[in-house]
Design a protein around this ligand. Structure first.
Ligand code: ZN
Ligand code: ZN
Ligand code: ZN
Ligand code: ZN
Ligand code: ZN
Length: 306
């Protein structure tokens, strides 16, 4: 037999790989697109993990979209779309050695995409936002300068679309930073995770948009007054999102996918929400385990031997 009789873990891993469909397996979250669409053998998978996981834990890059006040209004995750219409996970997110130059560039890996570094651009509900030239974000080139493909008067994408923080889009910047750089600013780094392209997701506190997060990366929770005020269709999408689970995120990714000129958005059916739910679940599981481990440490009862 090629792979021996296999442990339970291996069988489960293969089942995860084979089930595909709606549920992405641990394998897919760890490997991302790095297998070039051809599944690794268990040996290749182990080799990949041996090589990549230490790099990922050591050199993780945190990506967020920051307002002039220093607040992270958006934490970029694997499925978050770039200005180039590709997802964060389609960019070069693993670095064996972190570049010394700042800003750190996270170029797109999709062939022929001119994107030289991940650049977050918000959506207006489900629609791409407009540039001051009146054309949509995705009508612009993803090459440096972000010139408009549909007119000649545009001097590069520039949008006044207002973020939930009250600042216009153009005043924000996409920030790529190391764990040390974040720690130095007192920003949360979350727990170490083996998954690919985690970007700015730092666990539970990442689930809400910047101004709703209670962690110290933001300005704290908004007033109860703001959160409890009636939500209308005129409100900002962040506020509407706070209203609870909705199918809008799915629509966002579908629309974003179909409006992409290249049609290269892969795994379109995986929304950011799916990822959030998954990582949240794993995060809670880990917290539980850690709590249990701590209790065990404290308890004088000797651990039982199998
Ligand atoms: Zn791209
Ligand atoms: Zn890009
Ligand atoms: Zn323009
Ligand atoms: Zn234009
Ligand atoms: Zn903002």
């Amino acid at each position: 037999m090629l792979y021996g009789c296999g442990t339970d873990a291996l069988r489960m891993w293969y089942r995860g790989v084979q089930c595909g469909g709606d549920e992405r397996s641990e394998y897919q979250r760890i490997v991302g697109d790095d297998d070039g669409g051809k599944l690794f053998t268990p040996e290749e998978y182990e080799e990949y993990k041996r090589k990549v996981l230490p790099i990922r834990l050591q050199n993780r890059l945190y990506v967020s979209w920051r307002s002039p006040s220093g607040m992270d209004c958006k934490l970029v995750g694997p499925e978050t779309l770039c200005f180039c219409t590709h997802r964060y996970k389609q960019h070069k997110t693993d670095y064996e050695v972190i570049p010394e130059d700042r800003p750190i560039c996270v170029p797109c890996r999709v062939s022929r995409c001119p994107c030289q570094s991940y650049h977050y651009v918000p959506l207006n509900g489900t629609q791409p936002i407009r540039c001051r030239c009146k054309h949509f974000a995705d009508q612009h080139s993803a090459a440096p300068g972000f010139s408009c493909n549909s007119c000649s008067k545009c001097s590069g994408f520039h949008s006044c679309f207002t973020c939930a923080c009250g600042q216009p889009t153009y005043a924000h910047e996409t920030v790529v930073e190391t764990k040390q750089e974040r720690l130095a600013q007192g920003k949360p780094v979350g727990q170490d995770v083996p998954y690919a392209a985690m970007g700015g997701l730092t666990g539970f506190s990442s689930l809400a948009e910047g101004y709703m997060r209670l962690d110290d990366s933001g300005i704290g929770a908004p007033s109860a007054e703001l959160l409890e005020s009636p939500i209308t269709s005129m409100d900002h999408p962040f506020l509407k999102a706070f209203q609870g689970p909705s199918s809008s995120a799915q629509t966002v990714s579908q629309i974003a996918g179909s409006s992409s000129a290249t049609g290269q958005v892969s795994h379109g059916k995986h929304s950011e929400d799916d990822d959030m739910a998954y990582f949240e679940k794993r995060y809670q599981e880990r917290l539980q385990k850690e709590k249990a481990a701590k209790r065990k440490e404290k308890s004088p009862v000797p651990s039982k031997k199998p």
